[in-house]
Design a binder for this molecule. Structure first.
Ligand SMILES: Cc1ncc(COP(=O)(O)O)c(C=O)c1O
Length: 488
């Protein structure tokens, strides 16, 4: 039966809510902006408050008999070729935890690519799941991690046949991708599910020139932030399910453990509208975005001192299997500067914000929302950066360890290291101790150190020299890393 994707149940219910002039004697207390401070209304506009209604007992009735959310989720599932879709208003940080908890429980093993986002590590800490880390594919020259290969998962499964399933991050925040089909096959040969953290892949279902989409590649659950690459509002995330290895009721109830009882209808509306936009116009919008990305990449590559990472840099034997061209990852080390300095300079001097920055790169994320005007502004700003670079403060050297030195031994469950007795010791004294906290350069949010890992000298040197150069580690107890929190 063909599905009518011109519908947008959340947006339609919201329009009807306004048309009927519904009066609420329930939260939210601003009551359709009437109670909001005029100075707040002036900045936010009333639309924000008008769209902010109670999901059940407001947008829908108290027993959700109009199935507003259910219909929106089911349309989304159809659009992305999943059997079930769940909306989350708490970001993929919630979605990925819900997926993990649907696969494994306390003291059960889960294979996880070590380049996982910090929300995955939070999931381990809260659940007591035992991680079996799968090393990413390191590019030692570019200092970059690509997702693990199917062979890496195969080998790790062989050593841990009792693992309940696997989790891989693809695309990475740098846009490099795994062979999801092959990893799903590795899992399914054992009757185990594959969870894909596809937070950066909201656009993938809607264009065949983009890397493969987890639901098409046979993954069991995938998690996507619609706010990252899509048009959703911040915190808008969805997770999708297919196959019969995970019970949809279990998945929903795991999300319920973590979620809010006051979901934002504004965020639901953003998710619903994105699905309709993509089904109706996604191919055209993404074709335009891909063409623009190709032109922007060529223009930036011609600027002195910078290099745009392309497929040839990211993909090949021992590297990634595929690559998304929309994150335009630019190596600025040829300018004698760091990604941190470059990002700060672009914000201060050109009012341009980039996505992530590291010791040698920035990532300027393009989406379907960009056009020639925004692209020209970016290219012009990068030209100006290139000219200004000789006058920038000399970049501090970040001592990036060799891949073998970056990986530390997991000595106990992340949960046990986090909730046991802890103490703060001087960074130098932390070497040889077991970490009790995450130390995560942000963005992109991949912990360098996580609870339970045995801390080594090269890693401390990396983080300390990183901070001196401009790295941001907001989750550390001491964000300057003079001290590190370790197991007492
Ligand atoms: C790979 C990955 N997974 C999950 C998340 C969490 O997503 P959210 O910010 O939507 O909570 C992020 C956020 O940056 C991420 O990069």
């Amino acid at each position: 039966m063909s599905v009518d994707h011109s519908q947008a149940p959340v947006l339609e219910a919201l329009a009807e809510y306004h048309a009927t002039g519904r009066l609420s004697f329930s939260p939210p207390g601003h009551k359709q902006a009437r109670g909001a401070d005029p100075r707040v209304r002036e900045v936010l506009g009333d639309a924000v408050f008008l769209g902010d209604v109670l999901a059940s007992g407001g947008l829908d009735d108290r027993r959700t008999r109009s199935r507003v959310l259910e219909r929106a989720e089911s349309l989304m599932a159809d659009a992305v070729r999943a059997s079930h879709t769940f909306f989350s208003t708490c970001g993929s940080s919630l979605s990925v935890k819900a997926a993990m908890l649907a696969v494994a429980g306390p003291h059960e093993k889960l294979l996880i690519g070590r380049d996982a986002h910090k929300s995955v590590v939070s999931g381990l800490i809260l659940s007591g799941i035992e991680p079996v880390w799968v090393d990413p594919r390191w590019d030692a020259d570019l200092h970059l991690a690509h997702p693990p290969s199917a062979e890496d998962f195969e080998e790790t499964f062989r050593a841990h046949p009792d693992a309940r399933g696997a989790l891989v991050t693809s695309p990475t925040p740098y846009g490099s991708c795994a062979d999801l089909r092959a990893i799903a096959d590795v899992c399914h040969r054992r009757g185990r599910p594959l969870v894909v953290d596809e937070a950066w892949g909201a656009h993938l279902p809607f264009h065949d020139a983009l890397p493969s989409w987890a639901m098409d590649a046979g993954a069991d659950v995938c998690v996507t932030s619609i706010h990252k690459v899509g048009s959703g509002l911040e915190q808008g995330s969805v997770f999708h399910l297919r196959g019969d290895l995970i019970d949809p009721t279990v998945l929903r109830s795991r999300a319920d453990l973590l979620g809010t009882t006051s979901p934002s209808v504004l965020i639901y509306a953003g998710l619903d509208g994105w699905r309709r936009q993509m089904v109706q116009h996604g191919r055209d919008l993404l074709t335009r975005a891909l063409d623009l990305a190709a032109r922007v990449r060529t223009a930036i590559e011609s600027i002195g001192g910078v290099h745009v990472h392309d497929r040839a840099d990211f993909c090949g034997p021992g590297l990634a299997d595929d690559f998304d061209p929309l994150p335009v990852v630019i190596d600025v080390s040829g300018l004698g500067t760091t990604g941190y300095q470059a990002a700060d300079w672009l914000r201060a001097h050109r009012d341009i914000d980039v996505h992530l920055s590291d010791h040698r790169r920035i990532n300027t994320q393009l989406t379907h929302a960009d056009d020639q005007e925004t692209a020209d502004a970016l290219v012009e700003a990068l030209r100006a950066l290139s000219s200004a670079a000789p006058g920038l403060r000399r970049a501090r050297r970040v001592e990036v360890p060799a891949p073998s030195e970056l990986r530390m031994r997991q000595t106990c469950l992340p949960r046990d290291a986090c909730f046991g007795d802890v103490e703060d010791v001087e960074a130098g004294q932390a070497v040889g101790r077991v970490a009790a906290e995450m130390l995560t350069p942000y963005p992109p949010g991949i912990p360098v150190v996580l609870p339970g890992e045995l801390i080594t000298a090269p890693v401390i040197r990396y983080l300390r020299t990183g901070i001196a150069a401009g790295m941001n580690i907001p989750d550390a107890a001491d964000t300057e890393l003079r001290t590190v929190r370790v197991v007492a």
